[in-house]
Write a protein of this length. Structure first.
Length: 444
């Protein structure tokens, strides 16, 4: 029986032999960015690559997800390795899809390269002959939460319930047999070093507000109109005014955008629309801030004598990394990037639907470097292909060995101490309870 270290060496060598192929996959996906739940080309590439390794992937899960599993020689826990398929729309990105505007400005192409590279290493080195339990290789859709109107339409048509990939996969039962899970997100922040685990991440809700006024001739009869754009503007001022009541500890972020502000310039806008997130460190903090935002939205409608329809949508839950898995990763990552490049990362105010999984099972969501520019900006790019694409593959594969070698004792230890706050049913009920539509009439 090979030791964990011998297995890791063999798997990392196999990954090195495949490094050009792994980098090639990361670059190919970077050049074919697709929006969430529409990642058909990327999903096909994942399916083909996993199939070439002798695995039997299933596709079309939550519209575009792809999942394959490999079993060890003994019973044991099931560990899922995840990679996110989607890009997002960033104005001015140099490698954006000309039709959809999608771009890989968050490094999900690198996640996919890392996931597929880990599968290559574990399969080629025949690691499963020494492992217990199962590894699930899971390409998951729609982590970025944009394109909201289209997703809401899909939900109304019954093709989705939740608007994010992992919640939808959870709902459909594709994580029912998974005991613990992990993914690695690309990092662009220099202060976070080359690898590190965050203490926690914010959760959030999504919100849309549609102000309904009355269109009228802007030159000859503005007094007959009700200006929906100004109602939205007052709502935005209200949101900005309540910011000073947010507690530092709650790490609240509210960031609205105006998605529609009028039909044409000589018409008083009868319809104006906002979209926003309300983020925070805890579900309670998000709920408190969300109620204040709703009040500001109503105030905008009231001031102008307009109406407003507010729709609150469940979003990613706050993320907590499992401390035992974090320790295993720290040891592996220090070996891969060097002690001096490892960091313990403080709370992150961004959010991810990996947080949803963290509510029901032990998970790990470390960051690894290799990127420059700011995430979600036109300047974001992978500048170190080894660190961005290849080392995450090694880190994921080493975690599978740490958890599932020696009869899966590593994973069993994690499961013994982990106390995820929710059951799957409790999670689904909580998220369904967040979805809310309100019509406020400010004309009275
Ligand atoms: Zn992102
Ligand atoms: Zn991301």
């Amino acid at each position: 029986m090979a030791t964990k270290q011998e297995l890791k060496n063999a798997v990392c060598k196999a990954i090195d032999r495949n490094s050009e192929r792994i980098i090639g996959l990361g670059e190919r996906i970077r050049r074919q960015p697709e929006l969430g739940f529409k990642e058909f080309k990327t999903a096909r590439l994942a399916e083909e690559t996993l199939g070439e390794l002798g695995l039997k992937p299933r596709s079309g899960l939550a519209l575009t997800g792809v999942r394959a599993e490999a079993a060890g020689v003994k019973d044991g826990p099931t560990f899922a390795l995840l990679g996110e398929l989607d890009g997002l729309v960033v104005a001015g990105h140099p490698i954006a899809d000309p039709e959809t505007g999608a771009a890989h400005a968050c490094g999900h192409n690198a996640q996919m390269a890392g996931l597929l590279g880990a599968a290559m290493g574990l399969c080629e080195a025949r690691a499963f002959e020494h492992l217990a339990g199962r590894v699930v290789f899971f390409a998951v859709p729609a982590e970025e939460y944009g394109d909201v109107e289209w997703r809401v339409q899909q939900a109304r048509a019954g093709r989705l319930e939740f608007l994010g990939g992992k919640p939808e996969l959870l709902r459909l039962g594709h994580f029912d047999d998974v005991d613990l899970a992990m993914m690695i997100h690309t990092n662009w922040r220099r202060e976070d070093g080359k690898a590190g685990v965050p203490a926690s991440n914010n959760g959030r809700v999504g919100k849309t507000a549609r102000f309904i006024g009355r269109a009228a001739h802007a030159g000859s009869a503005p007094h007959l109109g009700v200006n929906a754009l100004y109602a939205a503007q007052i709502a935005l001022a209200g949101i900005n005014a309540v910011r000073e009541t947010f507690r530092d500890d709650d790490s609240i972020r509210v960031h609205p955008i105006l998605t529609h502000g009028g039909s044409q310039v000589n018409v008083i806008p009868g319809d104006a629309r906002l979209e926003m997130y309300v983020r925070g460190k805890s579900a309670e903090g998000v709920a408190d801030a969300s109620a204040k935002v709703d009040r500001a939205l109503r105030a905008g409608a009231l001031a102008l004598g307009a109406r407003v329809e507010i729709e609150t949508l469940p979003g990613p839950m706050p993320l907590l990394c499992d401390p035992s898995m974090a320790k295993l990763f720290e040891t592996a990552a220090r070996g891969l990037v060097g002690d001096e490049h490892y960091r313990n990362i403080p709370h992150r105010s961004g959010s991810t639907d990996m947080g949803d999984l963290s509510q029901i099972m032990p998970i790990l969501h470390p960051y690894m470097g290799g990127a420059t520019g700011t995430g979600h900006s036109a300047e974001f790019r992978i500048v170190d292909p080894q660190l961005g694409y290849v080392l995450p593959a090694k880190a994921l594969a080493c975690m599978a060995i740490d958890l599932l070698a020696e009869g899966g004792t590593g994973a069993r230890e994690v499961l013994k101490t982990a106390k995820p706050p929710m059951t799957r049913e409790g999670y689904l009920a909580f998220q369904r309870g967040i979805a809310k539509r309100e019509r406020f009439d400010g004309t009275a």
